[in-house]
Design a protein around this ligand. Structure first.
Ligand SMILES: Cc1cc2nc3c(=O)[nH]c(=O)nc-3n(C[C@H](O)[C@H](O)[C@H](O)COP(=O)(O)OP(=O)(O)OC[C@H]3O[C@@H](n4cnc5c(N)ncnc54)[C@H](O)[C@@H]3O)c2cc1C
Length: 496
């Protein structure tokens, strides 16, 4: 591939993806090796949603050396200990997908096998994050591994617009140049077909060696200029529209996201300090926009503070996230609906993977291929986990749910489901995003009950197992009582 050394980077866009990329590249690349220019258009809006994250966001904060208290203050953030799923398994039933492991493993055998064996109490009683979430309590985990409070794992909810503005300050403070202008054309090199420059409405031409396309769903460079294509996954995930609406706070913010299944989709509820984010993700072949809006507004627990904002999307991904000298991030790269809050994470994966494969002397074919392989793997893992919620359900009350339960799913997912159905086994490979806890929480939560459990769980006498499980529940319940309320923890941080 060769071409020029990569000195000048041009980032296209000014949404979450663009500012995350700008901040990470400005922090992670050696100073003085070239320029980073970001071109955004104040005339074209951002998607502006994307308010729930997952625990790896904390690694990004560390990489960027962000002060968590400042981030919480500037983005009106709250803490997130997991997701509560209502009406997903069947109407009236709920379960919690927590961050952080269940109970403790015994004799090298994962905890959930003992729970499957004894069925003693509710599974969520063995999860400190789930119990703390329902009690409305939170504190950052302690370091001492003997203390149960070391077992909290968390993520954040934040205001997406404030988050982008915060990262903008971080990135520009570290040398990124931001330009405001509408891009009207993309110039390609006649010989190689690589992007040479972008042209702005006011006549400016911005040249670069590497372009990061964060222009949103349209993919200004990756698609409109390079025709990279799109792998459509809507036969597995047919949700194609969303309505987002903020509402007033209805009380102290709870430290978890709520997802409530609907006739043909689901409604999210994300509590922030200054408002609540709500949205209805739905499938337009089964429900029309007015019905979807009515359902969303009916389920608000406090008055709306704006009109519902419509969004359209198609689930899928670019077959090449890196094509020639363009790397697509964020919505320009692909989209899996926000059920497990994974899009910001996929941006993080994209930009940190780019950093670890960053061209040293020109763009290298093997490094590009590796980048594309890793991003494909990450997208497909997220896809499978999200499909699981629809495929494995006991709901048959609407055409939508009947169709979802009957659909064929990717082999990679059916294998996981069959493995779990046999003896509750979840085999995690290195680098997987979703842990054993996540798979166990959702598979059991959605009603996939294994026929058996790991044989080795029979090595310990049953009475001893029952006593140990009892002790775990008591320790967790006491641990929760020792935590401050989520609201008081945030108030203290913000005051500080
Ligand atoms: C309904 C919904 C809910 C979501 N919820 C979550 C969630 O809870 N958690 C999560 O992790 N993710 C979520 N996401 C995904 C998240 O919103 C996105 O990943 C994130 O906002 C990144 O968007 P982006 O920066 O790629 O694109 P955008 O926000 O669309 O930004 C595109 C940028 O490109 C610029 N641009 C476009 N054309 C031009 C042009 N011609 N000239 C100059 N500039 C241009 C625009 O001005 C804008 O700045 C959700 C997405 C949707 C649709």
């Amino acid at each position: 591939m060769g071409h020029n050394q990569v000195r000048d980077i041009v980032i296209v866009g000014g949404g979450t993806a663009a500012w995350m990329a700008a901040a990470v590249l400005a922090t992670g690349l050696p100073q003085g090796r070239g320029t980073i220019t970001l071109v955004e258009s104040s005339a074209i809006g951002t998607v502006g949603v994307g308010e729930a994250t997952i625990p790896p966001i904390l690694q990004l904060n560390r990489l960027l050396q962000l002060d968590e208290g400042e981030l919480i203050r500037r983005t009106q953030a709250t803490y997130k200990l997991g997701i509560e799923f209502r009406d997903w398994r069947e109407l009236g039933a709920s379960y919690f997908h927590p961050f952080g492991a269940y109970g403790a493993d015994l004799g090298g055998v994962h905890f959930h096998h003992y729970w499957l064996k004894t069925q003693q109490g509710a599974l969520s009683d063995y999860s400190l994050p789930a119990a703390a979430a329902y009690a409305g309590r939170f504190a950052a985990p302690v370091e001492d591994p003997r203390n149960v409070l070391s077992r909290l794992s968390y993520a954040l909810h934040f205001d997406a617009t404030l988050y982008a503005a915060y990262l903008r300050d971080v990135a520009t403070g570290r040398g990124v140049t931001a330009l405001d202008g509408r891009i009207v054309d993309v110039a390609l090199d006649g010989e190689s077909g690589w992007v040479r420059s972008i042209l702005l409405e006011d006549g400016r031409e911005i040249a670069g060696d590497l372009f990061i396309d964060c222009s949103g769903f349209r993919g200004l460079l990756i698609e409109e200029a390079l025709n990279t294509g799109y792998e459509n996954w809507s036969h597995w995930l047919p949700m194609d529209r969303a309505l987002a609406v903020p509402s007033q706070c209805s009380g102290p913010p709870v430290p978890f996201t709520r997802s409530t299944a609907q006739d043909a989709g689901w409604i999210w509820r994300i509590p922030l300090q200054h408002r609540t984010g709500n949205g209805h993700v739905y499938c337009s072949s089964f429900v029309d926009d007015q019905q979807a809006a009515d359902r969303l507004l009916d389920q608000l627990d406090a008055p709306a503070i704006a009109d519902p904002r419509p969004l359209r999307f198609q689930t899928g991904r670019r077959p090449k996230a890196w094509n020639r000298n363009v790397v697509a991030l964020g919505l320009a790269c692909g989209f899996v609906e926000p059920l497990e809050s994974t899009s910001i994470h996929l941006i993080q994966q994209g930009v940190t993977t780019l950093l670890s494969l960053f061209p040293r002397d020109g763009i290298n074919k093997a490094e590009v291929a590796e980048y594309n392989r890793l991003m494909q793997r990450d997208f497909e893992r997220v896809r499978d986990f999200v499909i699981l919620h629809y495929k494995q359900t006991l709901r048959r009350d609407t055409d939508f749910w009947r169709e979802m339960a009957a659909m064929p799913v990717p082999d990679s997912l059916s294998h996981r489901m069959e493995l779990f159905a046999a003896n509750g086994r979840v085999m995690i490979e290195p680098g997987e995003l979703f842990t054993e806890t996540s798979w166990v929480a959702v598979m059991l939560g959605q009603g996939l009950t294994p026929n058996g459990y790991d044989l080795q769980a029979d090595l310990l006498p049953e009475a001893e197992v029952r006593e140990k499980l009892d002790r775990m529940r008591t320790t967790i319940a006491r641990g929760v009582q020792a935590l401050p309320t989520h609201k008081s923890y945030i108030d203290r941080l913000c005051a500080g």
